[in-house]
Design a protein around this ligand. Structure first.
Ligand code: ADP
Ligand code: ZN
Ligand code: ZN
Length: 726
């Protein structure tokens, strides 16, 4: 039999399908969607079987034979095969990259993975108790007798096969059995109890439940603490009653360990968890719980949207505004789009929830593309916290560079009352830049041309873009002066300052303190048990945390995100401030929030203070309309990357001209320009921005340029539809 195999070769991103021969003894085992090992040049690679029983239209003697079949059952089912084609067509990326993105590492088409199923060994009795007793009577060896007595009570887990075990087996009394051991265990703490839904929550849940079997998208806009998680769990419970499955996406599991705890407490072992902090082996095991039909609920991050459930009842996307649902390398898919595609395939609803919906989603709800559902009240009569905005320009005059008068006072007050505090500072490390007082030179990463961040705990300068690091110089590399000073503020410096000011138990949570497995969960659990008074962190503490005794949230600097060169900067800061404010006052005591900023009158800060999402939405939409940005215009980002500065500009210019001449006249083509991160790791990034409302020629034009550069080894092109940042 001849088959067609899809593989990824070393050549450029292009899809390659090749014809191979399958000998008769293997032919019955070949199915579409299984992986096969094939000879390729001088190496052996793996690929997916795409077509079987084909008739080659060229010399059959040139066709090589497959080396082996990796899987008994297809790793790509019918739905996945179809979805991959759709993605590849929409995103202009290779088909094989789409299939690879859907699978955990252990099931991707690549040889040499060492991820194996783990088995536990058991010794199992295969003779009757009487026969065992007879044997014991005549046995002289204590170790055998001991084993046999245990065997009478049940199976014995064993790690190695001792000589007594060997003898028992040889004498036909017992045998070794193997059982799969799925490695992931949730280790967090949860004291979750099921609650009765409020009337408002019940209404929302019922609307969704009455649309089960309809491929419809709901936008659940509910203020922080309104009990969206409770609504999700209620809907999922109904799904399970229908014997259907549920997918729940969360931005980043390590950011929301509490949600996983709640789900496991409520639903028990029908929950699988998939996120980036799992090892490849653990992820493989969780994935097999799905393919083996052991679980009905998956809670996971972006790629969990691809899990091969076959009877999906509902897909939930929590914190739908989060940028992490978009993958930032090929295939550049958005999990929200995949969710909608799958909802049509399975005839089930999608529920996207947020306290601060993305402008795109809220606009779609306004146009009735999505159905809007609203939760206006916090559960348990909790009120939204009072937000104070402090003008740091005034504070600096008084000599308060890090903490304002009022924030210092409030921290003291809460510590005295034994209440907890969360402080957000969206910059890790100690200080933001180190520069020379005499000549103004700033130490920059030579590969990225971006200032290093000083990390005091490790005494290193780190580049936050390429992760390289080096020892700080004691002298300026330009003028030799020793008058070097650090500016700006990072979480490390904030922690140091707090230790100076207060006698408190402080814990810091950022990329640097959570790089090891389990560290993140531990910080959350310890803070939840009030082993610490103050939690300091970057944006990773803003989302999802639910600690009733937190009564004060301080945003130490709201400005760094505001000045980012991105049209979504205002939206991002509004969302961040609203989310982090939502962490305060979730218990019996009222919450307070203090935001420190140099731009107190900026509308996104002023409106976050008022908790006024709707007004923010209207203001921001006016600006988007004026500047012709999303959601008024669709956008495509064409990125041209190369190691050669001049060639990059030349080629980017060609692409831009080609597009200008080959798309609709109303479509706007901007650039080429230098990307905001122009040089990263010695690679130059140029970009062209396309804005359009309707353009039936654009897709073809983009496809054309994409194809041209597939063959080019010096210049790389990437096309990003609906980019998250530009
Ligand atoms: P959100 O996800 O909307 O921010 P959560 O689901 O975290 O809100 O709920 C906030 C808090 O209110 C949680 O501690 C939750 O247990 C509690 N809560 C939610 N709904 C109810 C309810 N109907 N009755 C009692 N407590 C509730
Ligand atoms: Zn200098
Ligand atoms: Zn760098």
């Amino acid at each position: 039999m001849y088959i067609e195999v899809l593989t990824q070769t070393i050549l450029k991103k292009e899809d390659q399908t090749f014809t191979y021969f399958v000998p008769d003894n293997l032919a019955s085992k070949i199915k579409i969607g299984v992986r096969v090992k094939i000879p390729f040049g001088k190496t052996i690679i793996e690929g997916f079987v795409m077509k079987i029983n084909i008739t080659p239209d060229f010399d059959k003697n040139k066709i090589k034979e497959i080396i082996g079949i990796t899987d008994e059952e297809p790793v790509l089912n019918e739905e996945m095969l179809l979805l991959g084609k759709n993605m590849s067509d929409k995103l202009l990326c290779s088909l094989v990259s789409c299939y690879q993105a859907m699978l955990p590492k252990a099931l991707k088409a690549e040889v040499n993975t060492s991820i194996k199923i783990k088995y536990d060994k058991y010794l199992k009795r295969i003779k009757s108790i009487e026969e065992i007793d007879n044997y014991i009577e005549n046995c002289k060896y204590d170790s055998q007798i001991e084993l046999l007595c245990k065997l009478k009570e049940g199976d014995i887990p064993i790690s190695k096969v001792t000589s007594s075990i060997k003898t028992i087996i040889k004498n036909g009394l017992a045998e070794i059995n193997y059982e799969e051991n799925k490695r992931y265990k949730y280790m967090g703490i949860s004291n979750y109890k099921k609650v009765k839904l409020t009337l408002e929550q019940e209404k929302v849940a019922n609307t969704i439940i009455s649309s089960f079997n309809i491929p419809k998208t709901f936008l659940l806009y509910g203020v922080t603490g309104s009990g969206k998680t409770e609504v999700y769990m209620n809907i999922i419970e109904e799904t399970l009653k229908l014997n259907k499955e549920a997918i729940m996406l969360v931005p980043e599991i390590s950011l929301t360990p509490q949600i996983v705890g709640k789900f496991i407490s409520r639903f028990g072992n029908v929950v699988a968890v998939l996120h980036s902090k799992l090892s490849d082996a653990e992820r493989y095991d969780e994935y097999r719980k799905i393919t083996d039909g052991e679980v009905k609920i998956v809670i996971g991050t972006r790629s969990a949207i691809f899990v091969p459930f076959t009877n999906i009842g509902v897909i939930i996307i929590d914190e739908e505004h989060t940028s992490s649902y978009k993958q930032e390398n090929n295939p550049r898919y958005n999990a929200k789009d995949i969710a909608i595609w799958r909802s049509k395939y399975h005839n089930c609803p999608v529920v996207m929830g947020s306290a601060t919906p993305s402008l795109e989603s809220f606009a779609r709800a306004g146009n009735n593309v999505y159905e809007l559902l609203t939760l206006t009240k916090r559960a348990q009569n909790m009120t939204l916290p009072v937000v104070n905005v402090v003008d740091m320009k005034e504070e600096v005059k008084k000599g308060n560079f890090i903490l304002s008068e009022i924030l210092k006072k409030k921290i003291k007050e809460k510590l005295d009352k034994k209440e907890q505090i969360i402080l957000l500072l969206n910059r890790r490390g100690y200080s933001s830049i180190i520069s020379c007082r005499d000549c103004g030179n700033t130490e920059k990463c030579p590969k990225c041309d971006i200032a290093y961040t000083y990390h005091k705990s490790s005494n290193t300068l780190k580049c936050h873009y390429c992760s390289s690091s080096k020892m700080p110089n004691t002298k300026c590399s330009i003028c030799g002066s020793t008058n070097i000073k650090d500016y700006g503020l990072g979480t490390e410096k904030l922690e140091e300052e707090l230790f100076k000011l207060y006698d408190a138990r402080i814990v810091r949570m950022d990329v640097d303190t959570t790089s090891k497995k389990g560290q993140h969960q531990k910080i959350i659990d310890d803070f939840g048990e009030h082993k610490y008074d103050i939690l300091i962190g970057t944006q990773m503490i803003a989302k999802g945390l639910d600690f009733p005794s937190v009564t004060l949230v301080g945003v130490v600097s709201a400005d760094s995100s505001l000045t980012a060169p991105d049209y979504r900067a205002s939206e991002n800061i509004f969302q961040l401030l609203s989310q982090v404010s939502g962490r305060a006052g979730r218990g019996e005591n009222k919450g307070e929030v203090i935001i420190q900023t140099f731009n107190p009158s900026h509308y996104s800060i002023a409106l976050a203070k008022e908790h006024n999402y709707l007004k923010f939405y209207r203001e921001e939409m006016k600006i988007r309309k004026l500047l012709k940005y999303s959601p008024y215009y669709y956008m495509v980002l064409v990125k041209i990357t190369t190691k050669d500065y001049d060639l990059g500009f030349k080629e980017a210019d060609k692409v831009s001209n080609y597009l200008k001449n080959n798309v609709n006249i109303e479509t706007i083509i901007l650039g080429p320009s230098m990307a905001s991160m122009f040089k990263v790791n010695n690679i130059y990034h140029y970009q062209i921005i396309v804005k359009y409302r309707k353009d039936d020629k654009l897709k073809e034009a983009l496809k054309f340029v994409n194809n041209v550069y597939k063959q080019n080894s010096k210049v790389n092109i990437e096309i990003d539809f609906d980019p998250i940042r530009i």
